[in-house]
Ligand binder design. Structure first.
Ligand SMILES: [Zn+2]
Length: 594
């Protein structure tokens, strides 16, 4: 591995970082025996199969097969490469990395990310001061005051103001001798079409800094003070910001979502701030984009129940249809509800007029995506016989996304109740209209599927009960494993085990050492799975397993020998036949020989 970060630093980080702490940031985990269990952030599931072992500092999902150590998790969760994951954890655990060995290109790439975050933070401070300064911020401040935003919200969310004019921010950064090309990369300024120089992206707009979940400023949103358009302008997609991966307010909302087990998703910045203002702090907003798979993934880590808040039927319908699309692509429906506020109300006016309790009650009664669409269909088609048939027809699509049998039965029951048509008749109608629609396959693999049962057991035993390894070395069992992946993993374990000679006290660390040494993802997943799998290894059980494996290998060898003897006999090769017969007799005494 040529990671240019000194190996002892990687090992220091590995020992300081706690996988439970890191994963708990993104997944709600509950103790289950020796391990911790949660809903997998990498695939959709209703029953937790995402397993974290604190002893072994590993995770493995028995639903989708994703697994690894703390570095693997951070890489996957943050969408970053190994060196960045190392630095991410180093920073978090206060490990100082001074490296003289990095390639300049790599160093630049990593430093640049840090610098862009710093630039964003400075821009945020600049915009914030501009807003609070009576010389520059009066118009924006009075707009926000008119919208009912008290000073508390302005500081909590670090709201700002970008003045009119083309060079305020550009001048600010060039005055501080920051390379403008980097400010452009942060998405804050643009290069002039003609001539040289840059101009500000955000002009005469209220500025909403967008934090990532690590409280870094990833990007900005800007809203005009009047009716000009575009009403909202966001940062362009940069290496730090992607709208499909960002939720406004998530950083601030996270602890409240965890506390309540629920999150509200509003449509825009101002709606979100209104919800906070009125005491609904477990709320976030999408940023001018429909819900994405990534959004659901981000939220799943903090709570189970998601309520989308809309101010019109039309917006609600669009969102519900989008959810159905997500369900179709993303396996199982999550617990998502749609709350449409009464006509003419947005969250702010609603909460002002009816208060917090009324909002909470309405939220409690909000329909799930499926019921919501059904109510919309009934409203549209009415409940005449013709109307009912249309409703059923319209629900076919959404129904087909329900792969879980029980959920499907409940949904059909609901249609039956609401339309007064018999359940079996609806079933019949659905069957005739959708000729053998195949149910989508579940996520691919579960536990790694390589090799036979005994060979898998053998590798798991080596990882979980390394005391037995000397016996395996003596009997030379690894060499005769038939599955290539298992065999190569076995050899890796042996190699790592032999390296332990210098520090035999590290034997309990063996699984994690093997995982670090594994040279491909498939192997990493296999090591994580086998290390975490629940087994009770005792010396006696191990001996029995070894005996069984020896017997199997002997049997396979004998079968092979007999085959060759038969061929030799048929072709009349007497000498070979004699030799094979001898081997065969020896083979009855010891396993493994061929
Ligand atoms: Zn999974």
């Amino acid at each position: 591995m040529s990671y240019s970060i000194p190996a002892e630093k990687i090992s220091e980080i590995k020992h300081s970082a706690d996988i439970l702490e890191i994963i708990s940031d993104a997944v709600v985990l509950k103790k289950a025996g020796r391990n911790f269990l949660g809903l997998c952030p990498f695939h959709s599931e209703k029953t937790p199969s995402f397993t974290v072992s604190q002893d072994k500092q590993m995770f493995y999902c028995f639903g989708c097969g994703e697994g690894g150590n703390v570095f693997t998790f951070v890489m996957k969760q943050e969408g970053i490469a190994f060196p960045e994951a190392v630095r991410f954890l180093a920073k978090r655990y206060g490990v100082v990395i001074v490296d003289h060995t990095s390639s300049p290109a790599l160093k630049n790439q990593i430093n640049e990310r840090d610098i862009l975050f710093q630039i964003n933070r400075q821009a945020m401070e600049f915009f914030h001061h501009t807003l609070l300064d009576p010389q520059t911020g009066t118009s924006a401040l009075s707009y926000l005051t008119r919208r009912g935003m008290p000073p508390r919200i302005l500081t909590d969310f670090k709201l700002g103001y970008a003045q009119p004019g083309w060079n305020q921010l550009t001048n600010y950064f060039s005055g501080k001798s920051v390379a403008l090309a980097l400010v452009e990369k942060a998405g804050l300024i643009s290069r002039r079409q003609s001539g040289s120089g840059y101009y500000d992206r955000f002009r005469d707009r209220i500025i909403f800094p967008i934090f990532n979940t690590h409280q870094q400023v990833a990007g900005f949103g800007g809203r005009v003070l009047d009716d000009s358009s575009p009403k909202y302008l966001n940062s362009p997609e940069t290496s730090l910001y992607s709208k499909s991966r960002s939720l406004y307010g998530l950083f601030q909302a996270k602890p409240f979502c965890r506390q309540t087990g629920e999150v509200f998703i509003a449509e825009g910045y101002m709606d979100l701030l209104s919800l906070h203002l009125h005491g609904i702090q477990n709320s976030v907003a999408t940023l001018g984009t429909a819900m994405t798979e990534e959004h659901i993934r981000l939220l799943k880590g903090v709570c189970q129940k998601i309520t989308l808040v809309y101010d019109s039927d039309q917006a609600g319908i669009k969102a519900a249809q989008r959810c159905i699309e997500l369900f179709r692509a993303y396996h199982q429906p999550e617990d998502i509800r749609i709350l449409v506020l009464p006509e003419g109300h947005d969250p702010d006016t609603y909460l002002q007029q009816f208060g917090l309790e009324a909002f909470k009650n309405a939220a409690n009664e909000a329909s799930g995506v499926f019921s919501f669409l059904m109510d919309v269909a009934i409203k549209k088609h009415g409940l005449s016989l013709e109307g009912k048939l249309r409703v059923i027809h319209e629900m076919e699509g959404p129904l087909s996304t329900l792969t879980d049998g029980l959920t499907r039965i409940a949904a059909i029951k609901e249609i039956a109740e609401k339309t007064g048509i018999d359940e079996s008749a609806i079933q019949e109608k659905l069957r005739e209209n959708s000729p053998s629609r195949p149910l989508r396959a579940k996520p691919a693999e579960k536990a790694p599927d390589a090799g036979n049962k005994f060979e898998k057991h053998l590798i798991a035993m080596m990882l979980q009960f390394p005391e037995i390894i000397p016996v395996l070395i003596e009997k030379n069992l690894i060499e005769f494993i038939s599955d290539p992946l298992l065999k190569s993993t076995g050899s890796d374990i042996l190699a790592c085990y032999r390296d332990l000679d210098n520090a035999p006290e590290q034997i309990n660390d063996l699984p994690s050492i093997v995982l670090m040494a594994a040279n491909n993802d498939e192997k990493k997943r296999l090591v994580a799975a086998f290390s975490i799998q629940k087994e009770e290894w005792g010396l006696e059980g191990c001996r029995k397993l070894i005996e069984q494996i020896e017997r199997n290998q002997k049997r396979d060898n004998l079968r092979l020998l007999r085959q060759r003897m038969k061929t030799a006999e048929e072709s009349g090769e007497q000498e070979l036949l004699q030799q094979l017969t001898k081997e065969c007799l020896d083979g009855q005494v010891s396993a493994g020989g061929r």
